[in-house]
Write a protein that binds this ligand. Structure first.
Ligand code: SF4
Ligand code: SF4
Length: 323
């Protein structure tokens, strides 16, 4: 049978038992003397994001694809891609800022990153005197080693390491058959180029044949270099292409304007985000070539380009009668 206020007395009894008991039993002590004492945090606790690098800060995993910047709900990430002296993207961030006064610690940036480049930290001691600029974390503040990641979240980091290792092995296996056929030996000064022969069935008179033979033996190198190419351009020449639209700073409509009149593969490439981030499994050129050649059917693999790129690729393939 209860009486009025019974619950109140029961609650006070529990508090009194914990208060007195905490002098004798540490388990009953629910507070600590922070900052002199610090609690050991559980592995899955999280504060703010940080960027992971392997071995040295130069080997950061982030390729500046901007997927996290686009998907961050409160838009507190700001990224600028690094470029070389010629203005070509270097697939790494020059600027990577996170405003931790805005970050809501949702971890979406971690979930969308295809490169395991951004992870949640456990460090919660971020207070600063300034309310504005002091709460913006810049690239050097954000970079932390994979060892650090393994230390604060050993189970999760171990899984990521195993996945990255398996991916690297898969990539190496994929690349291996391409490396098998021996490349034609480069022509060097020590090994003179073979003189081009005049085929027996070439439609020349004996006089023309004699003149041509003399001409070719007098200028074999010039003749060889002037001969029309019979095979495909070497892969280096293709990958070193200087495509006007290959700039992640341009909008899709500007890129498509620059690719007007170009081949289907070039137009497909111009529709991509130009970050060469490999989220699709290729660089932008490789993905475009694979779609144009029909060896890749999935048009939605360009994650930084999002739905806009997928739609444009679909339109281009339809226009070309390939869809
Ligand atoms: S999604 Fe990952 S790789 Fe892309 S910019 Fe963000 S952290 Fe870098
Ligand atoms: S944790 Fe959420 S709010 Fe914070 S940077 Fe990542 S996506 Fe943005």
């Amino acid at each position: 049978m209860g009486f009025p206020g019974k619950g109140l007395f029961q609650g006070m009894a529990v508090t009194a038992r914990n208060f007195v008991g905490s002098y004798f039993d540490k388990e009953l002590l629910t507070t600590i003397q922070y900052p002199e004492e610090r609690m050991e945090l559980p592995e899955n606790s999280r504060s703010f994001p940080f960027l992971v690098f392997d071995k040295t800060a130069d080997a950061m995993r982030c390729v500046a694809c901007k997927i996290c910047e686009t998907d961050c709900p409160p838009q507190c990430i700001y990224i600028v891609m690094d470029r070389d002296e010629k203005g070509k993207p270097r697939q790494r961030p020059k600027v990577f800022d996170i405003d931790i006064s805005v970050c809501m610690q949702c971890q979406i940036c971690v979930e969308v990153c295809p490169f395991d480049a951004i992870k949640m930290d456990n460090d919660y001691e971020k207070s600063q005197y300034g309310r504005f600029d002091d709460l913006i974390e810049h690239l050097p503040d954000l970079l932390k080693s994979n060892e650090y990641y393994n230390k604060i979240k050993p189970t999760e980091a171990k899984g990521v390491d195993a996945k990255l290792k398996a991916d690297a092995e898969k990539k190496a296996k994929k690349a291996a058959p391409a490396a098998k056929p021996a490349a034609p030996a480069p022509q060097s000064a020590a090994a003179p180029a073979a003189k081009p022969a005049i085929p027996d069935d070439a439609p020349f008179t004996p006089e023309q044949r004699e003149w041509l033979a003399k001409y070719l033996s007098a200028a074999p190198v010039a003749a060889a270099s002037a001969a029309p190419a019979t095979g495909a351009a070497p892969p280096e020449a293709v990958s070193a292409g200087n495509w006007a639209w290959h700039d992640p700073g341009l909008g899709i409509s500007q890129r498509m304007d620059l690719a007007k009149g170009a081949s289907l593969a070039d137009k497909l490439m111009a529709a991509m985000a130009q970050t060469d981030c490999h989220a699709c499994g290729y660089d932008c050129r490789g993905y475009a070539d694979a779609i144009a050649a029909g060896s890749e059917q999935d048009l939605s693999l360009c994650l930084p380009g999002e739905a806009e790129t997928a739609k444009k690729l679909e339109d281009l393939m339809k226009e070309a009668g390939k869809l």
